[in-house]
Design a protein around this ligand. Sequence first.
Ligand code: FAD
Length: 530
Amino acid sequence: ITITRLISTVGKTSQWMKALTPPPELASVSLDDTIFSKLRNDPEALQGRASRDYGNLVREVPSAVFHPTSSSDIARLIKLSYNGSVPFKIAARGQGHSTRGQAMVRDGVVVDMAGFRERGNGEGIRVVMSVVVDPNNKNGYGYYYADVGGEQLWIDVLNATLEHGLAPMSWTDYLYLTVGGTLSNAGISGQTFRYGPQITTVRQMDVITGKGEFVTCSQQTNSELFHAVLGGLGQFGIITRARIALAPAPKRVKWVRLLYNDFSAFTKDQEQLISITRRKQNIALDYLEGLLLMHQGPINNWRSSFFPLADHARIISLVTKHSVLYCLEVAKYYDGQNENNVDKELKVLLQGLSYIPGFYYEKDVSYVEFLNRVRSGELKLQSQGLWDVPHPWLNLFIPKSQIMEFDSGVFKNIILKRNITTGPVLVYPMNRNKWDNRMSASIPDEDIFYTVGFLHSSGFDNWKAYDAQNKEILQFCNDSGIKVKQYLPHYRTQEDWTNHFGPKWRTFVERKHQFDPKMILSPGQRIFNN
Ligand code: FAD
């Protein structure tokens, strides 16, 4: 059975089917029955989620959508392509929460990992396959690990591990993302400065390479593949299992926001709070982020609603006065019992900071409420039909030594002047020594670097204005020698990718030749086939 026949059986007559002539490379492939029965090419499958993502800026219609029910199905599909005379492209699609088509594949096959998760699979994978206690292998926080499917959502990993009184230490702000999707990037949030990005909390993985080989890898075994895949933008294999380090889960969280009107004071305090000196006292914060409050945007946004209603007027009037305020956001976990202790520790940690007197806000919430803080905003936007709008996002890493220049050139001279940004703008620092340079993720070459996230939502008719602003930001950085790297990168030329990976580019290319020599996987990243 060929994909040509498969496609022709589904209704040649419809307009759209005519438009979907299979590419010659797919036409030459013959399929075994197991694969055949799990491929769909009906309009609903092709025009549905497989051809869209959260960004809503790009559409690529695949030739077919594959619904695996086991890891071996995925291996078989990739092998089919690898062994075919002309290989076809394949992209795993987690939640499709990329913004620039990174999980799409035109004229190829999308592997629907969400369907894999929703239906379960023949091997009986639950959210957490098992919690492993390994007394010989301490992970820095304890001896616990969970084996989770690459297709699983972090929210489900959280709920499942909490049943054992345990949880991963490193998170993303939003938990409805897949394990495989965030590990292909890095997985960052306010915990990263202390616990590292999510990729550094992985102890072992099962990966199906671009040759269709099923490989278990770790720091010790098949370490080249292990390091390649983490932060590897889906280029080297599909993650079907990841072993994630766990620690005893806290019960509650003290969550604090402090307002600044001076960027230099704000970043100085952020850097001090993530510094080793404070951490050595063993009373470190567990989370640190920061965001801009601008006069044109609401002070509470979908990422979290925080400020008490009674204080909105005075915060807004301060934002209006200064055009922009900087909000430092920190959190400290505790067991729910020793509230006095955590209060004392927070006091020590936050003493001497230069926020505007009187603009200190604190909440005491459950651990799950804190980690899942973005969800309520999402549901609200969904109910208003505003979640599925275009998202011309730009996420950057910026060396600490250039953050002041970035502030004056970008925040003050582009963002405030253009006056179109209303969505969240995040700014927070991380420690480079919490990353692992052997992994594929590319970060600035300084001990401390910032992440800045412009998380725009736009209308369908005006997203280009945000894109133009993004381009202006990148152009400014380029012209003034600010060595930014994109996070969740989107580049158009090979030269941009070479610059992005810098000294890692050669290794990245060598690993691609080793693990996906026929350039089958994740073409939507546009690294090897742009
Ligand atoms: P997809 O978008 O489906 O895929 C991303 C890439 O990974 C694609 O190239 C795809 O082919 C590949 N891929 C998918 N699954 C696998 C797999 N199993 N094995 C190998 N490759 C695979 N990121 C952060 O780091 N921190 C945040 O706080 C954060 N917050 C976010 C909030 C929102 C509302 C959104 C929409 C995104 C956020 N992100 C954040 C970005 C997010 O981590 C990335 O978009 C990530 O790629 C999303 O995962 P996904 O499961 O949707 O992956």
